[in-house]
Design a binder for this molecule. Structure first.
Ligand SMILES: *Cc1c(COP(=O)(O)O)cnc(C)c1O
Length: 495
């Protein structure tokens, strides 16, 4: 299976090269040239399988230059050995007959980013070997909070790699910041950026496309790559859990083979819901993809009107991992919906760069309306949903998950669709203690790690072990940069 850029279909790469590059040189996203198809027999063969086996089998369909033995070993390293706090890895929790929750935060950093970032470093290490790369790969990450920590956790002390993370100075929670600035490993670096997530992400993209910096770094023995969800090695492990969730529902008798299931996904950079789209395109019986946004509702407008317009105020919310105005992975969806029309995608992306805005063709609008439903939820709605779920179901959900639940209910009310729906839970409530406590009617007694205990006392829900351990950890990083200085931070880090 080869990969090509959403902005130029002429060049083709092996999967290993695509994983190593992260982003295509032309700024496009590397994407498989075909989408492999699965059938009922394939699904049936996974119903009784462990998560690790499901992962190796699904990923093997796309990563044809990796052996099944390699992928099995990677899946074991990523998801086995007690790294996740449940053997199910990505368990499905039933709320009521037609409502289920796919919990993706049982990994080492308590956010769904672990699902992909425990896997990516292994795919990349193997890719370096397969492509005969002798340089050290430096992963640059722009994070809205969760990716940075999960990426460092995945890459810490992985040979032939370094990792440097930029996060928005006032855009992450106390727990998220503590997780990042205490990260261990000799090959990691962390820097706060004065600005928001989009500033950090634009800075990283600018550095990637700067030929002078690339040349300087090459002379020093480094090559840049990305662990952001623009890397195919991030998207693919996420395809697995949609298929896995479907298999769990089958196994537990909640659905019958072939029955369509909706997925509702709290969305930021459009990586997670894009993975759901690929699962659907592969033949998984999926009905609607419900795209849930917070107050930063650029995707809701896009899905309703076909106009993507980033010219709007940026809101800092209690679901910071969704505070995004430019959802990079949408480009892969446009590419697929346009019939792999690289010129058309280039046109949209040029307009986005120039005017901050584009309007898709009528053909794409029609396909979007058929497959997607978009909605958003403000701060009050988010808090009210946390309170309601806690009261009604005894289920404590985090702020991002609450956005998904709220939008799922909006969707049901607007359409009357009664199909089985799985909403995706992307973070442990303990990553956002202050907002969760406030939402369930408590007054947070402080603003740091002590809130973990408070939330535990109130709810009785166990604190994830790794979060509890943060309290005793020393801060290792204390660097802040203006956004126009990010280049220098990189050059210093890779001296
Ligand atoms: C990253 C993240 C999201 C958004 O996922 P995308 O793939 O960027 O759309 C949602 N919730 C949490 C907790 C996240 O960390």
């Amino acid at each position: 299976m080869k990969y090509y850029s959403t902005r130029d279909c002429t060049l083709r790469y092996e999967a290993a090269e695509a994983v190593k590059m992260g982003l295509s040189r032309d700024g496009g996203l590397l994407t498989p040239v075909e989408i492999p198809q699965i059938d009922e027999a394939f699904l049936q063969s996974l119903v009784r399988a462990r998560y690790q086996e499901r992962a190796a089998k699904v990923m093997g369909l796309y990563l044809t230059d990796y052996t099944y033995e390699e992928l099995s070993a990677f899946a074991e390293n990523a998801y086995g050995g007690g790294k996740f706090d449940t053997d199910a890895v990505a368990p499905v929790r039933t709320v009521d007959e037609t409502t289920h929750c796919l919990e993706l935060w049982h990994g080492p950093t308590s956010a769904f980013k672990d699902m992909a970032l425990q896997m990516l470093p292994q795919l990349l290490s193997a890719a370096l070997r397969k492509t005969g790369e002798d340089k050290t790969v430096c992963i640059l990450v722009a994070t809205s909070g969760d990716t940075g920590k999960a990426a460092m956790e995945g890459f810490a002390d992985v040979p032939q790699t370094k990792i440097l993370v930029f996060y928005p100075k006032d855009g992450v929670s106390a727990v998220q910041e503590a997780q990042m600035v205490t990260q261990e490993g000799d090959n990691v670096g962390v820097c706060a950026v004065v600005g928001n997530f989009d500033d950090a992400q634009s800075g990283v993209k600018r550095i990637f496309s700067d030929v002078d910096i690339r040349n300087t770094l090459a002379d020093r023995g480094y090559v840049l790559s990305s662990a952001n969800s623009i890397n195919w090695g991030r998207i693919l492990p996420q395809v697995v859990y949609y298929i896995s969730a479907y298999c769990d529902l089958l196994r537990d008798g909640k659905i019958t083979m072939g029955q369509k299931v909706n997925f509702c996904v709290p969305t930021g950079n459009f990586g997670d819901i894009l993975a759901a789209y690929y699962a659907k395109r592969m033949g998984l019986p999926v009905g609607k993809l419900i795209c849930a946004s917070n107050r930063n509702d650029v995707l809701t407008d896009f899905l309703r009107t076909g106009v993507y317009d980033r010219n709007r105020p940026f809101h800092t919310t209690m679901s910071p991992s969704m505070d995004i105005l430019v959802s990079s992975n949408l480009e892969r969806l446009l590419f697929d919906l346009s019939g792999e029309n690289d010129a058309e995608v280039r046109g949209y992306m040029d307009a986005l760069a120039k005017d901050g805005k584009y309007e898709v063709s009528d053909a794409i609008k029609a396909k979007l309306a058929e497959q997607y439903w978009g909605g958003f939820c403000g701060e009050e709605g988010t808090a009210a949903t946390i309170a309601e779920y806690y009261r009604k179901h005894g289920y404590l959900i985090d702020t991002h998950t609450a956005v998904a639940v709220n939008v799922m209910e909006q969707y049901r009310a607007a359409t009357g669709d009664e199909a089985v729906t799985v909403f995706v839970s992307t973070a442990s409530p303990y990553k956002f203690c202050n907002h969760v406590l406030t939402a369930i009617g408590e007054t947070p007694a402080g603003d740091g790690m002590e809130l973990l205990d408070q939330l535990h006392e109130v709810s009785g829900v166990p604190v994830p072990k790794r979060l509890a351990a943060l309290k005793g950890k020393a801060r290792r990083f204390d660097l802040t940069a203006e956004k126009q200085n990010m280049e220098n931070v990189v050059l210093d880090f890779l001296k």
